[in-house]
Design a protein around this ligand. Structure first.
Ligand code: BGC
Length: 877
């Protein structure tokens, strides 16, 4: 790069690799790079960039200059990464008139083991029928000083690993849950500092987890295998350049330890009297330990993570101690959360403490019925240390706000019990707040439900005997999720499982990873519109939010297979009118024990979704230059749309299912001709008003209803619905003290009883999909090109709100809208990241849209200076 003008005093952010938060042990051989340029004072556009790649091992440096405006996911310019290779990369950018930025700070990337042949470890198992969890151990000697050491490790089960007695890494429930038959993740840890010259020991505990523990509501176990396994490879680099590799093999031994049982649903039992002090340190007496069985490792299934691991992210103290009517001691943490408890206790050996978890109280006692058969109970038996003992279960998690404590040896001090929150450690990227505290609580509840259900994969719920990767739930929630957190890598990983578990006929199971739950086996819930459609919609959302076209390319085959399935044979798109469809699942009008019995004809819902998804696929095909496919899927969408109209719409535009969901689908998916649309829009508004602005939609209608009303010109009705507190409504749970989004509008009935239905979780994100409308319409930040390369600032106030603010960390940097109004006066502050452009629309007459580039901008209308008093958001006061 030549400098024609003096350098600009600005540097891009250190580059990131693919969607990794930490590019360590990655599996991408050509990781795409992204960076951001701080907008301050930059009036120019990027015209080119230069990437410098340094290899410290070979002391080589290569520089790659490109003419391009791109700064998000740009192609890797160097040769393919090699297994274990570590490089540093920095970037600088050039403006249109040739001026050059400073270099960014470097970032480093390190590849994991990329080829099956890189693994020399065996898969080791305890012999025969064995208990769980099990401990594996091995001692080894490092003969020369160590300069670097990497541990590559995974398990059939969930593991935690110790080197010389110290826990390695912060991952929890590793290796996480993938479609184990097709993909098994391994983790890479830098363990240089955990080893020493001389004698060392490695100890690994492996518990059932998803591999062998309970899954689903029928008591199923051993879904992926009936024996636990471990695969570990430790590569040590010495100061003389030589390497020592220690692998799991027949020289290892196994035994059991203090953890007696550990199950994700049922909880963990730990008898501290059975602890094996020093078992993960050298010099331990292995008497009684048994040799392992070693078999060939499933190396072809091994893959590096695409997103961050599950970690313990926050600690929450107990808010109060409650003595229940039956005399039980219950702690209230004030927040429905997902994680587990850490206790600190002193008492005699053998004292047994039991912790039972629940999301709600009913009649003043723990309300455990919604957990169905999940026991959610942890037990700790004290070893009797006089200085006290600290314990937290390792291989389970619970969804809870309350915990009942029994067996505590002394008066319970609530400070001795702490709730530890855990979930995939995603980077927060989205915020919203406004002048109505109830709406802020609703938004907080959405965030908490996302945290609680993004536990390695997107689950329906975190507490009962289910916790599966239900496709429909993430399909509706993906737009919200990908605004609130950078979940690209997380969802890309899940989509790989979706493609892996997709059936030969293109069908997408209703939960991914697929679990053959009796009664739900292949075909039982085949072709579920709104659920299987995740195969098309989730990649589309990732493309929109993160600007990642590659996701569409990678999953194109999977999308086509899904859509072709309802194309071939049956143009109606639903495999015959008698086929069961989940439809507008959990419509509040459905009886509690029959959640699929919605007001809206499920086949109408399915057909509407078929049109929408075929249309989307036509667009995707176009983006991928698959012109013939694009035409084919457009034709399919036309044909299905005609069928929808013939079958379900009167010539005037009334729908046969005269329901909020039916109109919301028809209007949002653009299924009606111009002459039918106005009447349908009017009818939707009538129906919403007839219900007194209480909601009447389930899983599939809810994400669309506010947009449909906005589009119908009935913004005021959308706000009245948003702000309704009578059940069913979004704010009803808030008025009942909810701190997460409930599965049902009335998971708790107004009289405080728990809904009698089987499906009664208090932590399900699906109905929280409305947050996307809060961000786009109330906050007014709406992307108009992939990755927010361009966006609209279109606040649409209502509901008596006098200010709102929303911000999103886009791939280009922070975009923010903060608006306030008082007495007909408007003030809007906008932040546009470098590389992006915003069009400002203020909802005032005679406003001409203004296009602005990077920087901070203020718009006022009428154009008079001065503060807006009460209408000013707290942080700006
Ligand atoms: C799950 C859902 C899911 C639904 C569909 C429920 O048991 O919790 O969220 O989408 O089943 O049948």
């Amino acid at each position: 790069m030549t400098h024609t003008v003096s350098d600009v005093d600005v540097a891009p952010s250190p580059p990131t690799f693919e969607h990794h938060r930490d590019a360590f042990g990655i599996g991408d051989v050509r990781p795409r790079l992204s960076w951001q340029v701080p907008p301050a004072g930059i009036a120019w556009r990027q015209a080119g960039y230069e990437i410098e790649i340094s290899d410290p091992d070979t002391a080589t440096v290569s520089r790659h200059v490109r003419d391009s405006e791109a700064s998000v996911l740009v192609p890797w310019p160097g040769p393919d990464l090699l297994s274990g290779q570590r490089l540093t990369v920095r970037v600088r950018v050039r403006g249109t008139s040739g001026e050059c930025s400073r270099w960014s700070r470097p970032s480093s990337v390190e590849a994991g083991l990329l080829e099956p042949g890189d693994w020399s470890a065996d898969l080791i198992r305890p012999g025969g029928v064995h208990p769980s969890p099990v401990l594996f151990r091995r001692e080894f000697t490092a003969r020369h000083p160590i300069v670097a050491a990497r541990l590559y490790i995974t398990a059939q089960g969930v593991y935690s690993v110790r080197l010389n007695g110290t826990r390695v890494g912060e991952d929890t429930l590793a290796p996480g849950w993938t479609s184990y038959g097709s993909r098994l993740r391994y983790q890479t840890y830098d363990v240089t500092d955990a080893l020493r010259t001389g004698d060392n020991a490695i100890g690994v505990t492996v518990a059932d987890g998803w591999w062998r523990g309970r899954l689903g509501w029928t008591g199923l176990r051993n879904v992926f295998g009936d024996r636990l396994g471990l695969l570990a490879q430790l590569v040590i680099t010495h100061d003389d350049g030589s390497k020592t590799t220690l692998v799991s093999n027949s020289a290892w031994h196994w035994s059991t330890g203090p953890v007696q049982t550990a199950d994700l649903y049922d909880g963990e039992t730990h008898d501290a009297r059975l602890a094996r002090p020093g078992w993960a340190e050298p010099g331990y007496d292995e008497t009684g330990w048994k040799p392992v069985e070693a078999t060939a490792a499933p190396t072809e299934l091994l893959c590096a993570p695409d997103g961050p691991p599950v970690r313990r992210t926050e600690e929450i103290p107990a808010r109060q101690v409650i003595t229940t009517p039956s005399g039980a001691t219950v702690l209230d943490f004030g927040q429905n959360l997902v994680g587990r408890l850490r206790i600190r206790v002193t008492g005699p050996a053998g004292t047994e403490i039991t912790l039972r978890h629940a999301e709600v109280l009913e009649n003043g006692e723990l309300g455990v019925r919604p957990l169905r058969s999940a026991k959610a109970t942890d037990t700790y038996v004290l070893r009797g240390d006089v200085e006290g003992e600290v314990w937290e279960p390792e291989f389970t998690y619970h969804g809870f706000r309350y915990a009942e404590v029994t067996g505590w040896p002394t008066a319970l001090n609530p400070a001795d019990v702490v709730a530890v929150v855990l979930h995939t450690d995603l980077r927060r990227t989205g915020w919203f707040e406004c002048s109505d505290e109830r709406v802020n609580q609703l938004h907080d509840n959405v965030v908490w439900s996302m945290r609680g259900n993004f536990v390695d994969l997107p689950t329906d719920c975190p507490q009962r005997d289910e916790r599966l990767g239900w496709t429909g739930d993430i399909q509706v929630f993906a737009p919200t999720a990908s605004y609130l957190y950078d979940c690209a890598g997380f969802l890309i990983s899940w989509l790989k499982d979706l493609a892996a578990d997709q059936r030969a006929d293109g069908d997408v199971p209703v939960f991914i990873p697929f679990v053959p739950i009796p009664g739900q086996t292949a075909g039982a819930l085949a072709g579920q519109a709104g659920w299987g459609d995740a195969a098309v919609i989730v990649p589309w959302v990732l493309y929109q939010r993160f600007g990642d076209l590659e996701v569409l390319r990678t999953h194109y085959g999977s999308m086509c297979a899904w859509v072709d399935r309802f194309h071939t044979g049956d143009p109606s798109g639903h495999g015959g009118d008698n086929q069961f469809q989940l439809g507008d699942w959990l419509d509040p009008n459905a009886p509690p024990d029959d959640p699929a019995h919605a007001e809206t004809d499920p086949i109408l819902v399915a057909t509407a979704y078929r049109v929408h998804v075929a249309r989307l696929l036509a667009r995707i095909a176009g983006l991928l230059d698959q012109e013939a496919d694009s035409g084919k899927y457009d034709d399919l969408a036309d044909c299905l749309c005609a069928r929808f109209n013939d079958e379900y719409v009167t010539p005037n535009g009334r729908l046969v299912s005269d329901s909020q969901t039916a109109y919301a689908l028809a209007l949002s998916f653009g299924l009606l001709s111009a002459d039918r649309t106005p009447h349908a829009a009017e009818r939707l508004v009538e129906l919403v008003r007839a219900k007194g602005h209480r909601i009447s939609t389930g899983f599939l209608g809810t994400p669309l209803i506010c947009d449909a009303l906005t589009q119908a010109g009935a913004l005021d009705d959308a706000y009245r619905m948003l702000l309704q507190t009578e059940c069913p409504s979004w704010l009803y749970p808030v008025s009942m003290g909810a701190t997460t989004i409930w599965e049902r509008w009335d998971s708790m009935l107004p009289d405080g009883r728990i809904n009698p239905g089987e499906m009664t979780s208090f932590n399900h994100y699906a109905l929280g999909a409305v947050a996307d409308w809060l961000h786009r319409v109330v906050g007014g930040l709406r992307s108009t090109a992939p990755g927010f390369r361009t966006f609209d600032v279109t606040p649409q106030p209502g509901g008596g709100l006098n200010w709102a603010r929303t911000a999103h960390e886009t791939p280009y940097g922070l975009a923010e809208v903060s608006w306030r109004r008082a007495d007909g006066r408007w003030e809007v502050d906008v932040t546009v990241p470098f590389g992006s452009q915003a069009t400002i629309h203020l909802p005032v007459p005679e406003w001409t849209p203004v296009v602005v580039g990077a920087g901070r901008h203020r718009f006022t209308h009428p154009d008079t200076p001065g503060p807006l008093g009460d209408a000013t958001p707290p942080a700006q006061r």
